[in-house]
Design a protein around this ligand. Structure first.
Ligand code: PMP
Ligand code: GLN
Length: 384
């Protein structure tokens, strides 16, 4: 048999760490605080609404941009939360997950040789999208413990080839949030150098301690050049439903849809109808979400307070970074393997989010878990 010639387009990419660690957790019966997904279900009324729409015959392709009722619910939410009026017809696209929206935005706008600024650490899906578009990722470090963006460094990194900048707030994996001054700096640079922006805001409703989420959609000059991306999976505890959306001005939305219609074409119909109904009938869900997750963060952090892990409480997301250097000298990948096998708690090694991992030793714990799960995990971690 003659083997085909294969020259990988992503030679350095392996199976994502989320799949690897969840599999290892299952094999060893460990408490899984690695991959970000809840061990509780989405709201009963939401599940009922989706089931009703399946039974009611909403099972064929929806419009390419998404079910109109869901786009209208997103427009109402964006107005309510951020004071921005966006058109459901020309500025909102429902996608099968935020990942697809980000991929389509990059594919639609980045050409061979274009530079895209992103940060180190960053969520793992950005760089492969840039590489597949034949763009050049330009990574700029976020230094612990604050992980603030150094905007002077961003300004210095911009060249005539820079096309896009990808920001993520609340930030996975660090749990930090961008401030209004950050968005002002971003707006100034993006306008001066005519950059496009991808704003990954999938954790927009998970911001703690009374802070407000600084969405790009609050700032018209910035929104005018931004793909703002969110995920119903995070907001409604249904990550496996893989449904998200992108808000972008009409010209950007046109380009996004040109790609989206040939990547997946649409998201799943009854899920979109169910989400539309639930959003309309249960606006309190969004209001209650920050307190719900802040309480989980506090349960986990309080239970971990007597341990030798050191941490700054997360300001947003459902992730908590922890420095384990007082416990072990192992590199983080080896540490999480040991932790999973010997201690019975799975976590994510933070180096996977970096192009140039620092010497510091951090792991990421996910706290979107039942309080009993969090306490059981913290008890094991506190014994170290
Ligand atoms: N961006 C970030 C920062 C994430 O943590 C996730 C979680 N998977 C995504 C995007 C993707 O979201 P989705 O599952 O809706 O594709
Ligand atoms: N976003 C989730 C995390 O960071 C995982 C998503 C995935 O498994 N691809 O844990």
């Amino acid at each position: 048999m003659k083997r085909p010639h294969l020259d990988s387009k992503l030679p350095h990419v392996g199976t994502t760490i989320f799949t690897v660690m969840s599999q290892m957790a299952a094999e060893h019966g460990a408490i899984n605080l690695s991959q970000g997904f809840p061990d509780y279900d989405g709201p009963t009324a939401l599940k009922e609404a989706v089931k009703r729409h399946i039974d009611g015959g909403y099972n064929q392709y929806p419009p390419m941009a998404g079910v109109p009722a869901l786009r209208e619910a997103v427009a109402a939410k964006v107005l309510d939360c951020y004071g921005a009026r966006v058109s459901p017809d020309t500025e909102i696209t429902i996608t099968p997950g935020a990942t697809e929206a980000i991929y389509c935005a990059v594919m639609a706008c980045v050409r061979a040789g274009d530079e895209v600024i992103l940060f180190d650490p960053a969520y793992d899906s950005y760089e492969p999208a840039i590489l597949l578009a034949q763009g050049r990722p330009v990574r700029l470090p976020l230094a612990p413990p604050t992980y603030r963006i150094d905007w002077q460094r961003v300004a210095d990194a911009i060249t005539p080839r820079t096309r896009m900048i990808i920001v993520n707030s609340p930030h996975n994996p660090t749990g930090t949030v961008l401030a209004a001054e950050d968005l002002a700096s971003l707006t100034e640079l993006a306008e001066r150098h005519d950059l496009l922006v991808v704003a990954d805001e999938v954790y927009e409703h998970l911001v703690f301690d009374g802070q407000r989420h600084e969405s790009v959609l609050r700032y018209p000059e910035l929104a005018a050049r931004t793909f703002a991306v969110s995920s119903f999976g995070k907001t409604y505890h249904v990550t496996g439903w893989k449904t998200g959306y992108c808000v972008a001005p009409p010209a950007l939305t046109t380009e996004l849809r040109r790609v989206h219609q040939f990547v997946t074409f649409v998201g799943i119909t009854p899920i979109q109808w169910g989400l539309a109904e639930f959003m309309r009938e249960h606006p309190e869900h969004l209001r209650e979400l920050p307190a719900f997750y802040q309480a989980k963060r506090d349960v986990f952090n309080a239970a971990l307070a007597g341990s030798r892990f050191r941490f700054v409480p997360s300001a947003g997301t459902y992730f908590q970074l922890a420095d384990y250097s007082a416990i072990s000298d192992l590199p983080d990948r080896e540490f999480v393997n040991w932790l999973t096998r010997e201690v019975g708690v799975a976590a994510i090694p933070v180096s996977v989010f970096y192009a140039s991992p620092p010497a510091a030793r951090y792991v990421r714990f996910c706290f979107c878990k039942n309080d009993d799960t969090l306490r059981a995990a913290a008890a094991k971690l506190s014994a170290l």
